[in-house]
Design a protein around this ligand. Structure first.
Ligand SMILES: C[S@@+](CC[C@H](N)C(=O)[O-])C[C@H]1O[C@@H](n2cnc3c(N)ncnc32)[C@H](O)[C@@H]1O
Length: 312
């Protein structure tokens, strides 16, 4: 019997996990199939449909018992309750409880493995209480788990984006987190030429930025922090779904285009963009960096391949 990995894509957004899974399984010559996806936002559903030919199921809390059997569950669950930007309410915030939808689904579908992703702050939120609760809930289901904060900058992308990855397996396993890559893609391979003037900040903003800061890098992405201080790097700071308009400016002058933002997250150039810019910005800010998931899956693939090939 030929081996096939079946997986599900929860809180799918525009499918960062799916792009990564398709790439890695293809590379390892493992047949794979996404057997279920869920995403509540209609614009993200539209992007997902355009790129994967499938409209994800809507609100995950409304699904009962209809999720097909699968080997891996992927979920970058909503991070607003835990991020620095959010109000820090965690589990008191209703969105925080969406994690328990994952627990509910793991309990009745019992996949062999899962990979979850969230903001780095999940670990320290409420002095570690929230994270302890999350790990406890996953272990109670019988999973061996491990976690690590990984930075997209260390996996080839010119974006400083630190995210926590939690992996789970149905039995203890000798898993090694992926080694860092020595080089990142240079910014000039990400940036578009001849960018439409609508992406440029007003001359007032540009002049203000340039009076505040001189960059050591070219090209560079200028970042404005919460206190209004400006710094610039030969890479981008983390893309954010709800950031102010001029939070990141290329060379202190213009906003990133949707294509550039998707490239900063590791999406291929052929990835179709079928939504207005404002939605694309939100989606790119919410997405998981494809290269990081790929690196994690690369380390995981041999373990999965070995176990799944024993399947009757
Ligand atoms: C952090 S983003 C995940 C993005 C995804 N990993 C990607 O690569 O694009 C979380 C997603 O969960 C979705 N979401 C929030 N509540 C949901 C619900 N109740 N059911 C399904 N999706 C939901 C949001 O619309 C958002 O797109």
């Amino acid at each position: 019997m030929t081996m096939k990995i079946r997986y599900i894509d929860l809180f799918a957004g525009i499918g960062g996990f799916r792009v990564a899974a398709n790439n890695v399984f293809k590379k390892h010559k493992i047949a794979s199939e996404c057997v279920f996806s869920s995403e509540i936002d209609e614009f993200a559903q539209k992007m997902y449909m355009a790129n994967f030919g499938e409209k994800p199921f809507g609100d995950i809390s409304q699904i009962n018992g209809d999720i097909p059997q699968h080997d891996i569950l992927f979920a970058g669950f909503p991070c607003q309750p835990f991020s620095i930007i959010g109000n820090g309410k965690g589990f008191e915030d209703i969105r925080g409880t969406l994690f328990f939808e994952i627990v509910r689904i793991l309990r009745y579908t019992k996949p062999k493995a899962f990979i979850l992703e969230n903001v780095k702050r999940l670990k320290s939120h409420q002095d570690g209480y929230t994270f302890k609760k999350i790990c406890g809930a996953l272990r109670k289901l019988g999973y061996w788990i491990d976690y690590k904060v990984l930075n997209a900058l260390d996996y080839g992308l010119p974006q400083k984006r630190e995210r926590i990855f939690i992996i789970g397996y149905f039995k203890p396993v000798n898993f090694t987190w992926p080694p860092k890559k020595p080089k990142m893609k240079p910014l000039d391979k990400i940036l578009e030429k001849n960018v439409d003037k609508k992406y440029f900040a007003s001359s007032r903003i540009i002049n203000k930025r340039k009076s505040q800061h001189k960059s050591q890098h070219n090209p560079s992405i200028w970042h404005e922090n919460k206190a209004g201080n400006i710094c610039s790097y030969p890479y981008s700071c983390a893309l954010r779904a709800g950031a102010s308009h001029n939070y990141l400016l290329v060379n202190g002058e213009r906003r990133l285009t949707p294509r550039e933002m998707l490239r900063l997250q590791g999406f291929p150039n052929k990835f179709k963009i079928v939504v207005p810019d404002s939605q694309a910005r939100k989606q790119a800010g919410n997405a998981v960096p494809v290269n990081v998931v790929q690196a994690v899956l690369e380390s995981f693939a041999p373990i999965l391949k070995n176990d799944l090939s024993k399947k009757p």
